[in-house]
Structures are given as structure tokens and as C-alpha cells.
Design a protein around this ligand. Structure first.
Ligand code: HEM
Length: 726
């Protein structure tokens, strides 16, 4: 392609038209044909192709216009051939639309169908004669996963005429989908909501320190990606948005406001899809909305009960790349997902619960054990639970997650996708799990109730092998027997269980075999709290943090027992809010931390300059500096506290939190991100502090908790394991 060589985008007139092309080609589609195209695409979007469509439309438009569609379709190496074949096959059924319009429309429709904003979409793209027509060569001249901020601007601004806000908004599409190691050499999803457009990508990206690098090795070589403790990934190019002040400010803005992100994304994606189209563009828009009725259960789901009003429905789809599970339920309760091989007992449990008080009615916690995080030479499994999309309101929650389909990449490295040759277990339960649901591997036992359906995947989608009648039999099946069936048939089994009749243990960490005890009909209500009790417990904890009032001496040098709180509950609550509410790292900028609250938070020092802004933050050095600052403070040798209002935000800051004369904790903050803290009062539990700090995001919690435990240990304070959350 001469234009790719020269580096100059070609004027549109250089595009060679396909035979029979005219500017109004697609405009010959009748309203009925648009409607049936919408429903044809919706089937594929529901089966998990939405992220692919969104990506394909971006990539096609970004080749510079003119060469739409055919350049990419003929350059199959950049995409999964089976997915491109899918586009071809849809095209065959709709001869009235150009391939370029089809690709573009599928992207726009997918954004809306996956809960994103409506895209202003107009037909009129011509098909290029062949792939050589693309002004920007998608292989040699395209944005790369290793690009930094400058390259990003060079590509999006210089070539595509997009500004900083457009760039950041567009990258928010990485909330969707997965990296597939056999396609790009990277692995994993960015967000917990890979099939829903949300601003979670930005919420995660605003805390880049939660990510560490990970080498991913595949047949194509070794690549470095970023990964958080919940196993979500970022490409280097995603991290580039945190390494440029202008980009990062927009990241934070979108993290704080999903509506702004949606508006900007709709605008940027709409313009991108029309990039350099030229005069063929229709004046009329074609609707991209694909409304899903609010409380209708999905047609292709298996529901329990199968007659009457279902309580929940499950839909499992293996699209060849990802196995997608979607569960719709109007029940409150806990859900657990286990992915394992060879044994029903596994450590890989995700727990989410559908609460009643938060704005969307669903809250989740996620767990990914080490062995199932994405890593070379281990089973890279993915489990996600997405928050309920707005379209599911008011009565149905939808939880969907994907698991990367098993595909052997290399016989030498043994790298595989999910090892789903065993089974996947899904549970909905009224009973909260045992253990600390807020910690990695924290859940010890999840209770299951009344197995109602068993689904087998194979070619052709899920098959129902258990129904209501079979459920009774299934409930007495040993898990081993079920696993045997699954392995024998080389399929994935999903057990769907519901808290109605029986209760038995489903996962028991630390044992190799599941607890197969018979349903205990005689004592159906032993001590496990149900969800409503749990919610009440939470409320009670908010009002009364009893552990705080325990007096014991701090090993940080205070000889007098701390008298943290006065007697009255109201006063306790007031004190706690004074102490802790100011400290929510996600919402309070650093300069506010040291003032206004009676000097409870004392600055010790800050590091000179910024340690932030490069990938190579040296955590060990930072921890050592923190320790040193803390020691200086405790020895009375600290330099006088500075006024934090004068501090550079991109600096490491050290604080001590005091209550009266008592030292409670010391804390490190970098660029407004909470880095770590050391608890200096042993009576004060980490769980309590987490709760009071309002640190809700799992990744933060884990990092925070680990940092505290480690630092506390080093500071000589007796190690105190976090108690069970409940
Ligand atoms: C600098 C620009 C970008 C780079 C380097 C980049 C790179 C990548 C890579 C490496 C993947 C993984 C592919 C795979 O393994 O399956 C991916 C996936 C994806 N990208 Fe991007 N991307 C960029 C911009 C965009 C934009 C602007 C959009 C849309 C507006 C987008 C949408 C997507 C989606 C939805 C996926 C998931 C696809 C799936 O699940 O199959 N990307 N991208």
C-alpha cells in the first residue's frame, strides 16, 4: 500500500470502488431488512460476539476509510478466521448492505446492546476493491499494544483527527471482551464486566499501582502485560493512559462519571465509524438500539423451575473462544462459581451477592486464586461476575462471566486456556459462605441447595441433562460421579443449584473431596446466616465498631492503653467518622487528609519528586522508605510536618493517624492512591479499618490488607489475621 509506506493518509478519492459500488448501495435496505439484520446480529451479540464486533468496527474504520472492511477481511491474521467467516456469512444473508456498513453497524449495535450509549449511525460506506486500498496499513502502520502516550496521539490525532478525550473514551471499549492468547499473545479480560459497557475500565485504571507486570508466553513469544490481584489485565497501551497527565485526568473523570464516559464514547465512536467515508454517507440515521425487555427471561435459557414463574435461568454458550455463562435471577442470595478440573473441591470460587440496598441491587466480590490467574504454565482460567446492567431492572439480576475456552497453545510450554475439562459449578444460595469473602481464597465453604439442573456443553450449545425431575436424582449424585460424566464426555458441566430445599456443602477448601453429605433435612436451619441477616450485620457494624473500644497497648511505643472511644454509641460513631471517613482514598484528595479533623492525621514526610509515572516503581524501596520515615517519627527525629496543601500530588506521602495521644496507624499514599498502611494498635482489626476506610474494591482491599500485614509485622506489631468478615 503506497499510502502506508509514505505514512500519509490518502484522500478518500484514492479508494478503489468494488464492482457495482454506488454511494447509495446500503441505502437500498428496507426497514424490514434492517429489523431482521438487527435480530440476526443480536443472536451473535448475545452469544458473546459483541466485543469482537466493537473491535472489528474500530479496526476497520481506523484503517483510514476508503478501504473499509475488505482490507481487514482479507487480512485474516489479525482476527480469528472463524469470526470473520461469521461476518461473511451474515453478509451473504443481506446482500443489500455493503460489508463495510455491516461491520460498522454490528459494532455500533453491539455497544448499545451491551448496555452502552446509542451510537448515531448512518449507512453509506463503500466496499473497497481489495485490501490494498487501506490508507493506513493495519499491520505495519497501526496502533500497537506496546504504544506509549506519544504513539497513541500520533495515531489517533494525527491520522484519525481525534483528540485526547476521544482517545481515552475509545480505549474505554477495553472494558469489553478478552485478550486471547492465540490471537494477540496477551491473555485475559480488562474488567469484570466483559459483556457490559461500563466505566469499570477507568475505575480500575485510575489505580495503576494495583497492577503488576506479568509475562505471558505463547507460541508467538513472550509479552508483558499488567495484571491486578483479581486477575484482570491491562495492556501496556492501556497503562499509557496513566502515564500522561492529560490522559490520566480524563481517566479519572470517566472513573467518577459513567454518564460523561458514555456521552464521549458515543460521540467518538460515532465519528470514528464515519472516518473518511466521504460523500456516500446517508443523511438518515439507522437506529442502533436493541431493547431487551426489562423483566423477561432470556428465551434460550434453562430455567428453574421449568414451569411457572422461574426463579432463575441460566444460559451457557460456548462460542469457541469463550464460554459464557449468564444467570438471570430474581432471587437475593449468594452465587458462587467454581472452575476446576478433576475434583469438585477447588479453590476457585467467586462469590457475589445480590443485595437490596445499593443502587443497582447487586454487589459482587471476586476471587481468583493464584493457580487460576493468568500465568504461563498454569491453567489460565477466568471467572467474572458482572454487575447487573440497567436494562435488567427492576426485578431480574443478570450475572454473566466468561471463561476462556481451552485451547492448547504450545506443547512445549503446556500453556492452555481454561482447563474446563472438569466442570464448572454454579450455585445460588440464600446462605452466606463461610470464611472471609473479602480475601483471596477467603471463602472456605459455599453452601449449595437443591440441584435443579445440569447442563452439558458440547457442539451446538448447552444441553439440558437435568430438569426438575432429574434434579431430585441429581441432588443425590456425588460430585465425583458428575465429574466423571463430564470428563468422560469431554464437556463442561454446570450445576445449577438453588437455596430452597436442601443444604449441603459445595466447596470445602483444603480438602480434596467435596462434602457429599446427604441433604440434612432434619436440621435445615443451622447457624448459617442468610443474606438478610448479613445485611443487618453490616448495618450494625457500621454503627458500632466494638473492636475499636478494646484497650490494649500499642507496640509502637504508647505505654498507656489507648482509649479510643467514649462510651456512647453516638459518640463512637462520630469519632469513627472523624477518624476514617476523611480517609477514603478513592474520593478524598491527599491534601485534605491532614487537616480539618482535629489533627488526627499527621503528615510525616513526603518523598521528593515523583516516584510515579513510570512502570518501574520500586515497591521494596518504597516500603523501606516508609519504614524509615515511620521509625524517624516514632523516635522523634522526623522533620516537622509540612503543609500537605503545598504538596505535589504525584508524590509519595507518609501519614500517621492518631486518636488523641494514641497512634493508630501509619499510611503511605502515592498520587492520591492508597499504597499501604501499618496498624500500630494491635487491638484494632484490619477488617475494621478496611470497613471504616470504605475501601470497597476487592483489588484495593487485597493490596491494602497485604501491605498492612507485612508492614505491621515488620514494625514489630503482633501479626493479627483478619477475622471472618461476618
Ligand atoms: C491503541 C489502540 C489499541 C490497541 C493497541 C488495541 C489492542 C488490542 C488487543 C491486543 C486486543 C486483544 C485481541 C485478542 O487477543 O483477542 C484488543 C481487544 C479489543 N479491543 Fe483493542 N486496541 C486498541 C484500541 C481499541 C479501540 C479504539 C477499540 C474500540 C473502540 C477497541 C476495542 C477492543 C475490544 C472490544 C477488544 C476485545 C475483543 C474480543 O474480546 O474479542 N480497541 N485490543
Amino acid at each position: 500500500c503506497p499510502f502506508a509506506q509514505s505514512g500519509n493518509p490518502s484522500p478518500h478519492s484514492h479508494a478503489r470502488r468494488g464492482p457495482g459500488w454506488n454511494p447509495y448501495y446500503t441505502n437500498s435496505m428496507t426497514p424490514d431488512q434492517w429489523t431482521s439484520l438487527r435480530s440476526a446480529l443480536s443472536v451473535h451479540i448475545q452469544s458473546g460476539k459483541g466485543p469482537f464486533f466493537v473491535r472489528l468496527a474500530y479496526a476497520d474504520s481506523a484503517t483510514g476509510g476508503g478501504g473499509h472492511a475488505q482490507r481487514w477481511i482479507t487480512d485474516r491474521a489479525s482476527f480469528d478466521p472463524s469470526e470473520l467467516a461469521l461476518v461473511d456469512s451474515i453478509k451473504t444473508s443481506f446482500p443489500g448492505i455493503t460489508l463495510a456498513d455491516l461491520v460498522s453497524f454490528a459494532g455500533a449495535l453491539s455497544v448499545t446492546a451491551m448496555g452502552g450509549p446509542a451510537i448515531n449511525w448512518r449507512p453509506g460506506r463503500n466496499d473497497a476493491k481489495d485490501g490494498q486500498d487501506a490508507p493506513i496499513d493495519p499491520v505495519t502502520d497501526f496502533a500497537k499494544a506496546t504504544d506509549g502516550p506519544n504513539e497513541l496521539r500520533n495515531f489517533f490525532t494525527t491520522r484519525l483527527g481525534l483528540n485526547d478525550r476521544d482517545i481515552v473514551a475509545l480505549m474505554g471499549a477495553h472494558n469489553l471482551g478478552n485478550c486471547h492468547i492465540w490471537k494477540s499473545g496477551y491473555a485475559g479480560p480488562w474488567s469484570s464486566t466483559p459483556f457490559t459497557v461500563t466505566n469499570e475500565y477507568f475505575q480500575l485504571l485510575q489505580y495503576p499501582n494495583n497492577y503488576t507486570t506479568e509475562e505471558v508466553t505463547s507460541a508467538t513469544g513472550t509479552k508483558t502485560q499488567w495484571i491486578d490481584r483479581a486477575g484482570r489485565m491491562m495492556l501496556p497501551v492501556d497503562m499509557a493512559l496513566t502515564r500522561d497527565a492529560a490522559f490520566f485526568a480524563i481517566v479519572k473523570e470517566y472513573a467518577a462519571n459513567q454518564d460523561t464516559f458514555f456521552a464521549d464514547f458515543a460521540s467518538a465512536y460515532g465519528r470514528l465509524l464515519e472516518h473518511s467515508i466521504g460523500s456516500g454517507l446517508s443523511k438518515n440515521t439507522v437506529g442502533t438500539s436493541l431493547a431487551v425487555a426489562a423483566s423477561t427471561k432470556p428465551a434460550n435459557s434453562t430455567c428453574y423451575p421449568s414451569t411457572g414463574s422461574p426463579i432463575f435461568c441460566v444460559d451457557m454458550f460456548d462460542n469457541g473462544n469463550d464460554v459464557i455463562f449468564t444467570v438471570h435471577t430474581n432471587r437475593q442470595g449468594w452465587v458462587g462459581v467454581g472452575v476446576g478440573s478433576g475434583s469438585m473441591t477447588n479453590n476457585d470460587v467467586i462469590v457475589g451477592y445480590k443485595g437490596s440496598s445499593d443502587k443497582d441491587g447487586v454487589q459482587t466480590s471476586r476471587f481468583t486464586t493464584v493457580q487460576h490467574k493468568i500465568a504461563p504454565n498454569s491453567k489460565s482460567a477466568w471467572q467474572q461476575i458482572s454487575l447487573r446492567g440497567a436494562s435488567d431492572k427492576p426485578s431480574w439480576a443478570k450475572i454473566s462471566f466468561s471463561a476462556v475456552h481451552p485451547k492448547v497453545i504450545s506443547s512445549t510450554t503446556g500453556l492452555v486456556g481454561n482447563n474446563l475439562n472438569g466442570y464448572v459449578t454454579f450455585a445460588v444460595s440464600d446462605f452466606a459462605p463461610d470464611g472471609n469473602k473479602n480475601a483471596v481464597d477467603g471463602v472456605t465453604t459455599l453452601y449449595q441447595h437443591d440441584i435443579s439442573a445440569i447442563l452439558l456443553t458440547g457442539t451446538g450449545g448447552p444441553t439440558m441433562v437435568g430438569n426438575d425431575a432429574a434434579a431430585a436424582a441429581a441432588s443425590s449424585l456425588s460430585v465425583g460421579a458428575i465429574a466423571g460424566i463430564a470428563v468422560g464426555a469431554a464437556v463442561v458441566v454446570i450445576l445449577v443449584v438453588l437455596a430452597v430445599i436442601f443444604r449441603k456443602r459445595m466447596f470445602s477448601r483444603g480438602t480434596k473431596a467435596p462434602n457429599h453429605e446427604a441433604p440434612d433435612a432434619a436440621s435445615p436451619t443451622t447457624a448459617q446466616p442468610d443474606n438478610s441477616v448479613w445485611v443487618k450485620t453490616q448495618t450494625a457494624r457500621k454503627l458500632d465498631a466494638a473492636p475499636l473500644s478494646t484497650g490494649s497497648s500499642s507496640s509502637a511505643g504508647d505505654s498507656a492503653p489507648p482509649s479510643f472511644l467514649p462510651d456512647s454509641a453516638a459518640a463512637k460513631s462520630e469519632k469513627q467518622s472523624q477518624l476514617f471517613n476523611v480517609f477514603t482514598p478513592s474520593s478524598v484528595p491527599v491534601p485534605q487528609l491532614n487537616n480539618e479533623k482535629g489533627g488526627n492525621l499527621i503528615s510525616i514526610s513526603r518523598a521528593s519528586g515523583s516516584t510515579y509515572g513510570t512502570y518501574g516503581v520500586d515497591e521494596a524501596a518504597e516500603n523501606a522508605a516508609f519504614e524509615q520515615k515511620l521509625k524517624q517519627y516514632l523516635d522523634g527525629n522526623a522533620t516537622p510536618p509540612e503543609d500537605p496543601l503545598t504538596w505535589d500530588r504525584a508524590a509519595t506521602a507518609y501519614f500517621v493517624m492518631k486518636n488523641g495521644g494514641n497512634l493508630v496507624s501509619a499510611t503511605r499514599v502515592r498520587d492520591e492512591n492508597f499504597i499501604g498502611s501499618v496498624l500500630l494498635a494491635p487491638s484494632f482489626t484490619i477488617t475494621d479499618l478496611l470497613f471504616k476506610l470504605g475501601i470497597e474494591r476487592t483489588g484495593d482491599k487485597i493490596i491494602f490488607e497485604n501491605a498492612m500485614l507485612a508492614l505491621r509485622e515488620r514494625a514489630g506489631v503482633t501479626k493479627q489475621e483478619p477475622p471472618a468478615y461476618i
